[in-house]
Design a protein around this ligand. Structure first.
Ligand code: NAG
Length: 421
């Protein structure tokens, strides 16, 4: 009996020690996770401070965005030592549209009443500032890592003549594009129909854009991109937004979307990169489009970006690039979506309007007046246009030519459907 008691007491003692040990462990690990949380929080706060610049004025957009008007000299480009002695060019030396150059570059346009972005409904940025979409904490927390925020996760340039079919589909990106290659190009333009395609999974996106590519499709691919996109991961919602992207090493270490890293220099106070476009087209309803022109200034070598008929937004300095510091070797126009096949089936994420090209105007999305800038710096119709899609049963493209649309194409599709399981 006594022996039994003793052994029971021993067991109890052992249990108490075990329990105590357990609680100490718990406490220690919870302190550890709390401190790693606060390290992450410090990192997030530090990154936000780096991304968001002191605002002269802030405008709250109806879509929930905050647009900060920041001083020209405070923009992210100047965070980088390479830009220390860079003198901002306030106008391009050259414009491939002669008529535009005559009128608009010489006479400074007055403030515009036209609304092209949603935030403009609630205010405008003063001269000497640029509008910047504020990055919020939850934007960063959605990224796979704080450092990855604002960068592309995969190589996603459509590679039409790739010999390796695996390469085409491995990243899950799908395209419906037209392209030209085999010459030297000094710019490109298009007028792009604007829609709000549905995105099935938050880590997927749908975009419509121009690609200006330099070099082969190797590790040092240079790319300048501009268009519209819906990307829940990047922006936290399903709005259609104006975006730009650049990289000089095939999406590895350099480059980013919009003004999310040092690179693009913005001079315009009316258009915010990454902000929602307004208004949007509807099926069988009024159609809206945006015009984008990218061209290389032959004097300074910088690549300029124009939005619409009159907004010269700014430029990518020539020194950001290797191949593109000379010229582009390929131009692509069209749509791209991510197909994550989350439920083992093709995604139902839409491209363009979500309707196939054959439906035509008011139903399918279009690019019209697509042109390239040639070696003598003139806008020209692209010669030898070719098309490319990975799975035309999911998303397709169809070109046409004529009238005041010049070279055009319809593109897009619904993704998953009986022919695209
Ligand atoms: C975006 O759209 C998807 C469906 O297409 C929906 O499930 C999701 O809730 C939307 N996200 C937001 C932030 O509105």
């Amino acid at each position: 009996m006594a022996m039994e008691m003793q052994s029971r007491r021993k067991t109890m003692g052992f249990l108490v020690v075990l329990l105590a040990f357990f609680f100490i462990e718990m406490a220690a690990s919870s302190t550890a996770s709390r401190s790693s949380l606060s390290v992450q929080n410090l990192e997030v706060q530090a990154q936000l401070k780096l991304l968001n610049k002191p605002a002269v004025k802030s405008i709250e957009s109806p879509d929930g965005d905050i647009i900060d008007c920041i001083k020209l000299a405070h923009q992210p480009a100047f965070d980088h030592p390479l830009f220390k002695d860079h003198k901002i060019q306030m106008t391009p030396n050259f414009h491939p549209d002669r008529a535009f150059a005559e009128v608009s570059l010489k006479t400074k346009p007055g403030p515009s009443r036209e609304v092209t972005q949603m935030w403009q409904l609630n205010g405008r940025c003063p001269e000497g500032t640029i509008p910047m979409r504020r990055t919020k904490e939850d934007n960063l927390l959605r990224a796979s890592s704080i450092k990855a925020f604002g960068k592309k996760k995969h190589k996603s340039v459509p590679q039409p003549r790739s010999a390796d079919p695996d390469l085409i589909t491995q990243s899950g990106h799908q395209h419906a594009i037209v392209y030209v290659d085999g010459d030297k190009y000094y710019g490109a333009q298009a007028t792009i129909n604007v829609w709000e395609p549905k995105i099935q999974q938050p880590n997927e996106f749908s975009l419509s854009q121009i690609w200006i590519l330099g070099g082969a499709f190797g590790e040092d691919l240079n790319s300048i991109e501009a268009g519209w996109q819906v990307s829940p991961d990047l922006y936290g919602d399903n709005h259609t937004r104006l975006f730009t992207y650049w990289t000089s090493d095939a999406y590895q270490a350099t480059g980013c979307y919009n003004l999310l890293c040092s690179g693009f220099i913005q001079i315009n106070n009316e258009i915010a990169m990454g902000a929602s476009i307004y208004p949007l087209s509807g099926y069988h309803s009024p159609q809206y489009d945006i015009s984008l022109l990218v061209w290389k200034d032959p004097t300074e070598g910088n690549w300029w970006l124009q939005f619409g008929k009159k907004y010269v937004l700014g430029y990518w300095p020539a020194f950001l690039f290797s191949y593109l510091s000379d010229s582009a070797s390929m131009i692509e126009w069209g749509g791209e979506v991510v197909n994550s096949e989350s439920d083992g089936q093709h995604t139902s994420t839409q491209m363009g309007s979500g309707h196939f090209s054959k439906e035509g105007f008011g139903k399918a999305s279009y690019f019209k007046n697509i042109q390239v800038v040639d070696g003598s710096n003139n806008l020209r119709e692209p010669k030898g246009l070719a098309t490319f899609t990975e799975q035309s049963n999911c998303y397709d493209v169809q070109t046409g030519k004529g009238g005041n649309w010049g070279n055009y194409f319809y593109y897009g599709g619904p993704g998953r459907n009986p022919n695209c399981p």
